[in-house]
Design a binder for this molecule. Structure first.
Ligand code: 6PG
Length: 248
C-alpha cells in the first residue's frame, strides 16, 4: 500500500472527519514561514472540510498568503459546472477567505482537450517547484488530500487504466473516466502525488466500507498503489471503517 505502513485513524462520523482533517492541515501548515503547496481532492467527501477551514479557528490561524492551492485531479468541465472540483473548492473555501488570486492553481479546462490541459498543468507545477525532477528530500507539496472511489480509484487514476503505469509525467489527461461523472479528466500521476510530506485519504460513509476493507486486506487498487515520500494517513469515519480492524 505504501513504502511504510499506512496510519489508519477512525473517527465517529463525517463531522468528526472534517474536524480531524482540518486539525491535520493546521498542524502541518499553520506555522509555515514560507510558501507552501497543498493539493486538494474532489468529490463529495472533502466538502465539509473545505467549509470548515473557512471558519474559525482555522480562518484566523492559517497563513493564507503563503498557501498555494493545487488539485490532484479535475473533471474537464468549466469551473461553474457543478461537477468541477475547482469550482466546488472555490465555493466552499477559496471564495470565502482572503486568498491571493495568484495562489490558486486550478487545472485549466477551457482549452483544446484534457491532454492539453495536463501538459499546461504539468508545466505550471514544474515552474512552481523550480525543477524538472522531483527530489524526495524536497517534496512539491506539504499535503496531498486524496479520496477513494467505490471501485478503488483515487484522484482520476482508475483501475486498469494506463495512467496507473505513468512514471515520468506529473500530470496526464484521462479521456474516459472509469466512474461517473463520465467526462474526461486531468489527473496528477502517482509520482507527482507522492511528492508530499503527508498524503491524507479522507473516506466517509457506509458505501465505502467494502472497498476500504479490500484496500486494507491488500487488494491491488489504485488507492493502495499510491505511495508517498512522507507519511500516508487514512482518516475514515466509523461507517466506512474496514471490517476486522481494531477501531477506536
Ligand atoms: C473526482 C475525485 C475522486 C474522488 C473519489 C471519492 O474528481 O472524482 O477527486 O478521486 O475523490 O471519487 O469521491 P466521493 O468523495 O464523492 O466519494
Amino acid at each position: 500500500m505504501s513504502r511504510e505502513s499506512p496510519h489508519l485513524i477512525v473517527v465517529a462520523d463525517a463531522d468528526a472527519l472534517a474536524k480531524a482533517a482540518a486539525e491535520r492541515v493546521l498542524a502541518r501548515i499553520g506555522h509555515a514561514s514560507g510558501r507552501v503547496a497543498v493539493c486538494l481532492t474532489g468529490g463529495s467527501t472533502p466538502q465539509r472540510l473545505y467549509e470548515l477551514m473557512a471558519t474559525e479557528p482555522y480562518r484566523s490561524a492559517l497563513p493564507w498568503n503563503l498557501i498555494h492551492w493545487f488539485w490532484g485531479d479535475d473533471r474537464y468541465v468549466p469551473q461553474d459546472d457543478p461537477r468541477s472540483n475547482a469550482g466546488m473548492a472555490r465555493r466552499r473555501l477559496l471564495d470565502r477567505i482572503p486568498v491571493p488570486a495568484g495562489n490558486i492553481h486550478a487545472i485549466a479546462t477551457g482549452g483544446a482537450s484534457a491532454q492539453e490541459a495536463a501538459r499546461l498543468y504539468e508545466a505550471e507545477l514544474r515552474r512552481f517547484y523550480g525543477a524538472e525532477r522531483l527530489d524526495p528530500e524536497r517534496p512539491l507539496f506539504e499535503m496531498v488530500l486524496m479520496g477513494l472511489g467505490s471501485d478503488g480509484h483515487t484522484a482520476s487514476l482508475f483501475p486498469g487504466h494506463a495512467e496507473l503505469e505513468e512514471k515520468e509525467r506529473w500530470v496526464t489527461g484521462v479521456d474516459e473516466a472509469g466512474l461517473e461523472p463520465f467526462v474526461p479528466r486531468v489527473t496528477l500521476t502517482f509520482p507527482a502525488l507522492a511528492s508530499t510530506r503527508e498524503m491524507l485519504f479522507l473516506v466517509s460513509g457506509h458505501d465505502k466500507r467494502e472497498v476500504l476493507t479490500r484496500a486494507f486486506s491488500g487488494a491491488n487498487l489504485p488507492a493502495t498503489r499510491a505511495y508517498c515520500d512522507g507519511e500516508i494517513v487514512w482518516l475514515v469515519d466509523r461507517d466506512a471503517a474496514p471490517e476486522h480492524r481494531d477501531v477506536a
